[in-house]
Write a protein that binds this ligand. Sequence first.
Ligand code: PLP
Length: 498
Amino acid sequence: MRYISTRGRSGPVTVGEAFLNGLAPDGGLFLPESFPVAPETLVKTITDWNYQELASVILGLFLTDYTRQELAACIKKAYGEQFDTPAVTPVAMVGENLGFLELWHGPTCAFKDLALQLLPHLLGVAAEKSQRRQELVLLVATSGDTGKAALEGFRDVPGTKVIVFFPEDGVSTVQKRQMITQEGRNTFVVGVRGNFDQAQAGVKALLADGRFREEMAAAGKSFSSANSINWGRLVPQLVYYFKAWAELLRQQALAPGETFNVVVPTGNFGNILAAYYGKKLGLPIHKLICASNQNNVLTDFIRTGVYNRNRHFYQTISPSMDILVSSNLERLLYELVGEDPRLVAAYMDQLRRDGSYRLTAEEKASLEENFWAGFASERETTAAIKAVYDRYHYLIDPHTAVGYKVYEDYQEATGDRRPVVIAATASPFKFNRGVAAALFSPEVAEQTDEFVLMEKLSAASGVPVPPGLSSLKEKPIRHRRVIEPEAMAETVRKILDQ
Ligand SMILES: *Cc1c(COP(=O)(O)O)cnc(C)c1O
């Protein structure tokens, strides 16, 4: 299977090259030339497979130039002891028709681990196959969770360096601590005085800068991305939606042949796109429900067909979704415009030039066939944490709470009561202030040390704090760089010159 660019101006490549490059040379995103079909046996026997087996089958459909053994070895290393449950991504059914797909059982307590525990191994095999001798430098822009997951995934992996840019004042205390205390000889963490969109634009510009790449290649370095613009981030995320289906069947929340809805708290549109690809592969998903916070650019887009980033940027209690330019939408756009890369390139030009574009009526109708969208204000997010705790005695983080609020809105608007899986994208203990404001009071949340809140929340809910989070307070700070957004290229040069 070959991979092409959404903008059509760079030639087809192997999947390994797509992983190694991250972004296509024309600035577009890589996609499989033709979409595979899931084997009927997988669908028929879905409840028989464990996570690792499901991963082998699904990844095998897309990673056609990896041997079965290579893939199995990567999967074994990725989904082992570092997850605190053998199910890897269990589904907690809290009501008859409502389940939370818990994606936070990995080492950094957010869903990014599911892809980033695997990606370094996939890249290792790809580099070996292409006989690259260059050092691979991963450039990462993060709204909080990708950064830590990438640092953990790549730390001390031979032949790699990972450089993470995060919005200095735009992440939670725990997220920041997780990153600036990162260990490993090949890890670099840089605070940016700006927001996630600025950090992401900086990374994309570097990856698409031919001269910069050539200059670095001469010094023996090549670049890739650990953001969800990299196909290697997206494809592992399909697996847990199949696992969710299997869990619904196994727990008899769903009968064979029935469909379910999926709600995904969304920022860069990666996670929900993976669910959509799952549907294309044969998952019986009815609607993909896109949940945004106050930065509701996607809600407007799905409801009106107009993407307009010219709006106020809010810092919210669900910071990993504080995004106005959702990169992965470009992959969906490719399908909406009938797989014509010139039309994708034209929309992306408009977005860069004017900050907006408008779908045709036909494209919008096609979008609405699969997607529904809503958003939650800050107050609604807090109320949702409290409501879920009171109703089900189940603790959710603010991102997941955005999903819950939008799920309620969806049911009210449509009357659709079929079973729903809400992606629980992070552990509540990563976002203690937001959760404590809901369970205790805003005053307690504001005035108490975050690590004390963590313990209080654990005591109140009876849920243990993940060990990786409780030990953070004691760890020494190892990264202190803070820069202006304009200085990203220069900073990369400095780090690599050392
Ligand atoms: C990254 C992240 C999101 C957004 O996911 P996208 O794939 O960027 O849409 C939502 N919630 C949490 C906790 C995250 O870390």
